[in-house]
Design a protein around this ligand. Sequence first.
Ligand SMILES: *Cc1c(COP(=O)(O)O)cnc(C)c1O
Length: 236
Amino acid sequence: MPIKENLNEIQTRIDAACKKANRNPNDVRLIAVTKTFPAEAINEALSVGVIDIGENRVQEAEEKFPDLVTNNKVCKHLIGHLQSNKVRKAVELFDWIHSIDSIKLAERVNRVAGELGKHPVVLIQVDLGKEPTKNGIDESELNDLAAYLATAQYLDFRGLMMIPPFFEDPNATLPYFSRLRELLRELNSQKICLKALSELSMGMSQDFEVAIQAGATLIRVGTAIFGTRSKPIVTL
Ligand SMILES: *Cc1c(COP(=O)(O)O)cnc(C)c1O
């Protein structure tokens, strides 16, 4: 697998997209999404300098992460839907949870984090596509969830995450990315949180350049690094 070459090419594209958007490439963090790929793929990515690893299922991460859990040089991101019965495992395994989408889930994550002595970074997943298969909270409920997270003692709430609907033309996703940035700006202007929210997790292999244009601070890239996934992707 030419992981190193792929990463170099992606970094070149990130740099170009940042230049075009007049942004600093250091403000865009690349999360290597390793779902469906074996632990060796993770190790190879780490060996060539990757720091951020993303998985979308808790159970799969548990199987692949035994060496990673105690490695605090690697930042582990849960980017898929989190079921309430997996919260404890998720808080044990991951440093970031991108998929908080209800107050109930947030309360549980906060309680478990307190019990485990952890302070995970959390993002709210917003559902802008309104597709039945997509997770995330409706825009109309965003403020209440943000207000809860702002006060949750064991959670470090930093921003928003989104998966846009699929379009053949990546440019068609721009309005969704722009909308997420606007929602972050609104949360900040309402001063719901003491600290300004700064993170926008958006953009995948297909459309990360468009997401960078719209202000993404974390891009989640799988196939462009590791190749096409052979196993079917389970969408929960
Ligand atoms: C799989 C996945 C990605 C990466 O998708 P690619 O198209 O392989 O880059 C990003 N975000 C989420 C939530 C995913 O599940």
